[in-house]
Ligand binder design. Structure first.
Ligand code: AMP
Length: 218
């Protein structure tokens, strides 16, 4: 199954991708994760990407498309994939169509995760990531006791949680603005291709996963 998850920052693309990985045994391809890894390594590409990321803007298409081309060329992609955070504008969507046509692996579905603006801001404010295993948790929905009990699979200790630098209020406002201006037009683009499914992505995470699975069957 070849899927794109489409949604604003905080709509749950990462969380639901992780669930899909377990359910369908296909890899999650997150351009945000690939870019953060490049930034952490201090590669030339990471240095270039960092400024845009810190400001909440999109990283240049040329950089992102290069990374995606490389990732989608890897062998584990042959059984399908989940694209999380890509494409983010029309130029990327068209480039993806071309790339997938070349490798004979067109998309099966694009699922739009719908979450109200106020809820997005609230979720992002509570979002934390484990610096060792990369697990993403939310302080608003997980109790502190549950978080302390859950051990990091990498260290065997409680997760070491940090807040993403671009999850601060000013950058989040810019990321939401960029989503509206550049990414939302993809809804019509994929509707035109007959690939779009839309789900209500508010409420309990497990219930959203159930809706997602139903949308993929439909
Ligand atoms: P995310 O983890 O998907 O929220 O992405 C974090 C940041 O990485 C975004 O705010 C952008 O600066 C950058 N980014 C991620 N994916 C893309 C993409 N497909 N195109 C351009 N920039 C991206």
């Amino acid at each position: 199954m070849r899927i794109v998850l489409l949604g604003a920052p905080g709509s749950g693309k990462g969380t639901q991708s992780q669930w899909l990985v377990g359910r369908f045994h296909i890899p999650q391809v997150s351009t945000g994760d690939l870019l953060r890894a490049a930034v952490a390594k201090g590669t030339a590409l990471g240095v270039q990407a960092r400024e845009a990321m810190d400001a909440g803007r999109l990283v240049a298409d040329q950089i992102v498309l290069g990374m995606i081309r490389e990732r989608l060329g890897e062998p584990d992609i042959r059984g399908g994939f989940i694209l999380d955070g890509f494409p983010r504008n029309l130029a990327q969507a068209r480039a993806l169509d071309q790339l997938l046509a070349q490798i004979g692996q067109p998309l099966d579905a694009v699922v739009q995760l719908n979450v109200d603006y106020g809820e997005l801001s609230r979720r992002i404010a509570g979002r934390r990531t484990c610096s060792d295993c990369g697990r993403v948790v939310n302080l608003l929905t997980s109790s502190p006791q549950a978080l302390e009990r859950e051990l990091c699979p990498k260290t065997g200790q409680p997760h070491r949680l940090f807040q993403r630098p671009d999850d601060n209020e000013a950058t989040v406002a810019e990321r939401l603005r960029v989503y509206e201006a550049q990414t939302r037009p993809l809804v019509d683009y994929y509707r035109g291709q007959g690939l779009l499914r839309s789900i209500d992505a508010e409420g309990d995470v497990t219930e959203v996963s159930v809706r997602l699975e139903q949308a993929l069957k439909g």
